[in-house]
Ligand binder design. Structure first.
Ligand SMILES: Cc1cc2nc3c(=O)[nH]c(=O)nc-3n(C[C@H](O)[C@H](O)[C@H](O)COP(=O)(O)OP(=O)(O)OC[C@H]3O[C@@H](n4cnc5c(N)ncnc54)[C@H](O)[C@@H]3O)c2cc1C
Length: 459
């Protein structure tokens, strides 16, 4: 049933049949509904359809196809470039499809694509089970899974896609398909890393991992070239139960940090150890030994504590560049300190993630995420407040990124911004690109799903 207070325009008539709600510019919920995570993205869709089920998705796809509307797909709304909204088009908003249905034996679960990482993590916590998502609780399961998913448990349990067993997807022809390793196997392969190119995923089935013991939290160290290089080396040498995310950035004005530290360059690290606390203490000791910690909040506790509550009104404006490196040696660490010290952006960061472990054991061609053996993922980012400042910050992240990695041959789709076609190609090297383009031609020959890091169908 449509919630729109006025009759729908003729071109949206078919949407009057949806089971969910249709929100148009006349509705009081419109502004709130069209907002996405990042600030500075102010698009005005013709309608946002809060779909209730796969049939609703079919109806919206049909309307978009028949009436020529641009189509955006929204799960958690965290697209770095605003791909989940549109000016004048239709948004398929999956937030209403967020059920977590755990199987009787607690080993698998079907999850609505519109659920968030924290919602799922909380639902699984009583059973001491997890799915490895990313570092943000408000990211949508739909988007992070289709991109690949690299987070706090990546070395222990692999990427999010490495726990994906099946998906329900509505393709451009309006068919609802249940895909897995045996049914539409090429499509299932493409979904694991190929992003939103192939249809609208409504539900995902995951293998649940057991995590009865966990130690983790924030560790803050002074940032010098030595501590940054030491932290990176320790992260790569650590047992695979340990995953780290090392943010080199100015210390935020947090109440537990003395005021004189605010704004000073620190290592603001997330430490996650998937195992018992005694082993955790041994694995974390090399990090604590790098320098006297400025704050040490790493402790045993439930995994869900890695996702603190978030402010729903937080909409940062930021630019970023993503890249892979083999290591952060002394020279790279010095470069990081130098570039961060020279910028006056209110917030700027070099985020370093050590990969490897379970993630690297999956063959490069088993999923559409092919950069399996890259040892480290780096993201450099800066906040901006105005259009003019955006240009300055964009030039800064671009120069910084190229200085750290002069060779542009690889990227991770989850962190790509509006970097252009060559960077999308770099995300999907060699045969991966050709295979993805073939799947795209089969399931979306007219490129209906093009608001994404686009893989055009073969011409
Ligand atoms: C603060 C923040 C932290 C992040 N941390 C991590 C991290 O630790 N690890 C990591 O791997 N990534 C991370 N990301 C990147 C994130 O995984 C991607 O931006 C992802 O696309 C967001 O998913 P979403 O559902 O929230 O986004 P949306 O904006 O809702 O969707 C983004 C795009 O994904 C596609 N999509 C989404 N849902 C569906 C669906 N159901 N069916 C088909 N296509 C769909 C569409 O193309 C859509 O345009 C982070 C992003 C942010 C903003």
């Amino acid at each position: 049933m449509s919630s729109s207070t006025k009759p729908l325009p003729r071109t949206l008539n078919t949407l009057s049949e949806v089971n969910g709600t249709v929100i148009t510019p006349d509705d009081s919920a419109y502004d709130q509904s069209r907002a996405v995570f990042y600030g500075g993205i102010d698009k005005r869709p013709a309608a946002i359809v809060r779909v209730a089920d796969a049939d609703d998705v079919r109806r919206v796809i049909r309307t978009a196809r028949d009436e020529g509307f641009e189509l955006a797909i929204r799960s958690g709304g965290h697209s770095v470039v605003g791909h989940s909204t549109t000016d004048g088009g239709l948004v398929i908003d999956l937030r209403g499809i967020s059920n977590v249905e755990i199987d009787a034996d607690g080993r698998t679960a079907w999850i609505g694509a519109g659920a968030t990482a924290i919602h799922v993590t909380e639902a699984l916590a009583p059973r001491e089970r997890v799915i490895a998502f990313g570092d943000s609780g408000s990211v949508g399961v739909g988007g992070i899974t289709l991109g690949g998913g690299i987070g706090f448990l990546v070395r222990k349990f692999g990427m999010t896609i490495d726990s994906l067993l099946a998906a329900e997807i509505v393709t451009a022809d309006g068919r609802v398909r249940r895909v897995d390793a045996e049914h539409d196997a090429e499509l299932f392969w493409a979904l694991r890393g190929g992003g939103g190119n192939f249809g609208v995923v409504t539900r995902l089935q995951f293998l649940l991992r057991e995590l009865p013991h966990f130690t983790g939290g924030i560790l803050i160290l002074p940032a010098t070239a030595e501590t940054i290089a030491g932290f990176s080396a320790a992260s790569l040498a650590a047992p695979e139960e340990l995953s780290t995310i090392c943010n080199v950035m100015p210390a935020p004005p947090l109440p537990f940090l003395p005021a004189e530290l605010h704004g000073r360059l620190v290592i603001f690290a997330f430490i996650a150890f998937a195992g018992d606390d005694e082993s955790a203490q041994r694995a974390i000791a090399p990090f604590r030994a790098l320098a006297k910690p400025l704050a040490d909040m790493v402790k045993p506790g439930p995994y869900v504590s890695m996702y603190p509550p978030e402010d729903p009104n937080y909409h940062p404006t930021a630019v970023a560049r993503t890249l892979f490196v083999n290591s952060i040696d002394a020279a790279a660490a010095e470069l990081i300190v130098d570039r961060l010290a020279k910028s006056d952006a209110t917030m700027r960061v070099a985020q370093i993630r050590a990969l490897g472990g379970a993630m690297a054991r999956v063959p490069a061609d088993a999923t559409a995420y092919a950069h399996r053996t890259k040892p480290m993922l780096v993201n450099v980012a800066a906040f901006y407040q105005s259009d003019a400042e955006r240009e300055t910050r964009k030039a800064w992240v671009s120069e910084f990124g190229r200085a750290l990695q002069p060779n542009d041959e690889a990227a991770y789709v989850g962190f790509l911004t509006d970097d252009g076609h060559e960077r999308i190609r770099a995300t999907y090297p060699g045969a991966t690109w050709d295979r993805l383009a073939k799947v795209k031609s089969t399931y979306d020959p007219t490129n209906l799903f093009r608001l994404n890091q686009n893989i055009p169908p073969k011409g």
